[in-house]
Design a protein around this ligand. Structure first.
Ligand SMILES: Cc1ncc(C[n+]2csc(CCOP(=O)(O)OP(=O)(O)O)c2C)c(N)n1
Ligand code: SF4
Ligand SMILES: [Mg+2]
Length: 354
């Protein structure tokens, strides 16, 4: 005789929430219109998760971008945040304006290797050297994906275009090396196929009190995923060499892991958060600026591809708005008496200049 197995109704699990009692879907955006399998979509998912885990209020954030498949992605995360989609290559300049107008907004900019290293290159460099406080993500696929796969300025010398005919003869621009040269205090490289590392780097970048540049190799599966490309998924997967295993503990969470000082270096951040770097094959010190530049130069020669926190200065220089002496209040909330000084004030200024 068959016996009935007792069944019970499973207890519904409460959805996971962050410290603001918000769920992960609160940090998502519109459905992506990119090609299925595009590396950029993976980065979008990690950006949403990083802000969720960091407990940032969506309305306290502004998302900025330029033009390109990568620049479209700001529509696909944090739909409750502010957003500005600039013309091609001008995202960095807009970011400087946004932070000057309202320093209380946190900023994330998403750009492509074309948007940043070609048409927007001077804006990128000056924004780095002015230390505009923002997370600046470069979704680096070595091509102009949106306009059908021309080589970008980050394409390695000798890379072959889809179809196997065109070979890139120009030297590549390394946005990480240039960012270090321009005084950036947080420079990281990652790969869209390494989601665990990318998430930790994004969270550390969000907590960083200065400009944080993240160059993420993000394969364009439609135009740059073939033999002869050094930004294909297969090449990146084989060549990715993490410098360390990175962890991040935000200021509002206790540090629960036991740290072996021989293996793990803990970096204390000004807000109380911590970055942990656990040694892998070799010792790497991201505080050594010359060492970081040397690593990147060697990578270029040897066609290697190191990922992780490449350079970090725990005491960044004054940010752009601090250098400018901007007031704390958003400019739009200031009274006319502050924004339109009268004739006497202008006369005093002229007098002081004579
Ligand atoms: C002023 C201007 N010049 C050229 C273009 C054409 N254009 C659109 S996107 C793009 C390059 C995009 O490449 P990238 O920034 O690497 O983004 P991806 O599509 O690869 O993610 C170019 C040249 C444009 N939109 N505006
Ligand atoms: S063309 Fe390339 S970069 Fe653009 S969405 Fe498709 S796979 Fe992504
Ligand atoms: Mg590109």
């Amino acid at each position: 005789m068959a016996t009935a197995t007792p069944t019970s109704t499973p207890t519904p699990q409460a959805p996971a929430v962050n410290r603001l009692n918000r769920q992960l879907p609160d940090y998502k955006g519109l459905p992506s219109t990119l090609c299925a399998g595009c590396g950029h979509d993976v980065i979008t998912g990690q950006i949403a998760r990083a802000y969720w885990e960091s407990g940032v209020e969506p309305w306290s954030l502004a998302k900025l971008s330029g033009i390109g498949c990568s620049s479209k992605t700001t529509a696909y995360f944090l739909s409750k945040s502010h957003g500005f989609n600039a013309v091609h290559g001008r995202m960095a300049a807009i970011a400087a304006g946004v932070t000057a107008a309202n320093r209380r907004l946190a900023l994330i900019g998403v750009s492509g290797d074309g948007d940043t290293a070609s048409i927007g290159f001077s804006h990128f460099l000056h924004t780095v050297r002015r230390n505009v406080r923002m997370v600046y993500v470069i979704e680096n696929n070595g091509v102009y994906g949106l306009t059908k796969g021309q080589f970008s300025a980050t394409a390695d010398r000798g890379s072959v275009r889809k179809g196997g005919v065109d070979v890139n003869e120009s030297y590549p621009i390394d946005c990480c090396a240039l960012a270090i040269e321009m005084g950036c205090s947080f420079v990281a490289r990652s790969f869209s196929g390494d989601t665990k590392q990318l998430l930790q780097l994004l969270k550390a970048a969000i907590a960083h009190p200065g400009m944080a540049v993240l160059d993420v190799v993000s394969p364009c599966i439609t135009f740059n995923n073939h033999e002869g490309s050094t930004k294909s998924y297969k090449f990146a997967k084989a060549q990715e060499d993490p410098l360390h295993e990175i962890g991040f503990v935000p200021h509002f969470e206790p540090m629960l892991v036991d740290v072996d000082p021989g293996k793990t270096k803990v970096i204390d951040l000004p807000d109380g958060g911590k970055i942990t770097l656990t040694k892998l094959a070799t010792d790497y010190d991201p505080a050594n600026r010359a060492g970081a530049l040397n690593l990147l130069a060697q990578d270029k020669i040897e066609r290697r591809f190191h990922t992780g926190l490449i350079y970090h200065n725990p005491s960044p220089s004054l940010s752009f708005i601090e250098q400018m002496g901007m007031v704390d209040e958003p400019l739009a909330t200031l009274p006319q008496s502050s924004t339109r000084p009268g004739r006497e004030v202008l006369e005093q200024v002229m007098e002081s200049l004579s």
